[in-house]
Design a protein around this ligand. Structure first.
Ligand code: SAM
Length: 231
């Protein structure tokens, strides 16, 4: 890799995480994650992930790994962002809700894949920082709200996609109710330490199709319909 003299470190390789996504897509062990979606790869190549982490971690930001973003939270592994984004099967016309804004990175990727993007975060400092980095990098169209996302965002529903980026103990009924007909919910469900990534599609007024996608490890979804706050 070339050395960036000004920054005093090797240049990050912008495609490492995405290349691994390409190679590892076949590792989805269960269900049908949908066809390889070039729009997702394109979007991820366009969003500068290093801007969404602290400067000290920028050099690591193109590795395929989660990174700390403060408040005991993380920016998700690029591979997981790709899998989840792809599982939403977006064509650009959709209204999407993200639960767990965190750094704002996933929301920026969604902004390139969907028409309208709403994102909920419960920690004020993270919501503030995400707002700034999204505005500074041309993603002002993302709407962020500071709130308990375990009950969704009723005023903006229905959603063609809901993506939950924290691990839930169960699927909140509110998410199912707020999906449009044909809408997809992508959510990690399990215990506090490990979960199974699920895709739930609303196939009728009160009919849902469930697909198990792969094992994963997310920070807990904390709130009314999620885990209790840990002290
Ligand atoms: N999508 C984020 C990104 O791209 O950086 C990563 C999200 S991080 C793995 C999980 C986030 O979910 C944390 O920022 C956490 O504060 C948030 N979270 C947990 N419970 C929540 C809730 N009930 N409502 C909204 N956000 C929540």
């Amino acid at each position: 890799r070339r050395y960036d003299r000004q920054a005093g470190r090797p240049r990050p390789h912008p495609v490492v995480g995405v290349e691994r996504v390409r190679r590892q897509r076949h590792q989805l062990r269960h269900g049908d994650a949908g066809p390889a979606d070039p729009r997702v790869l394109d979007a991820m190549l366009k969003v500068p992930r290093h801007k969404f982490v602290e400067e000290a971690l920028a050099g690591k930001s193109y590795q395929d790994a989660p990174l700390p973003i403060g408040e005991k939270q993380t920016i998700s592994q690029p591979y997981m962002v790709a899998v989840m984004s792809e599982a939403l099967m977006l064509d650009g016309s959709e209204t999407v809700l993200e639960v767990g804004t965190g750094s704002g990175y996933q929301a920026a990727v969604l902004a390139l894949l969907a028409d309208r993007v709403f994102s909920l975060e419960r920690i004020p400092s993270l919501a503030r920082r995400a707002r700034k980095v999204l505005d500074d990098n041309g993603f002002s169209k993302v709407n962020i709200r500071l709130a308990d996302g375990t009950v969704g965002w009723q005023d903006m529903a229905p959603f063609d996609g809901i993506i939950v980026t924290a691990g839930a103990p169960k699927v909140p009924q509110e998410y199912l109710d707020q999906l449009s007909l044909g809408g997809r919910l992508i959510i990690p469900v399990g215990d506090r330490e490990s979960q199974v990534l699920m895709r739930i599609t609303r196939v009728g007024e009160a009919e849902y199709k469930e697909e198990k996608m792969l094992g994963c490890r997310f920070v807990p979804l904390i709130g009314n319909q999620g885990w209790k706050q840990e002290n």
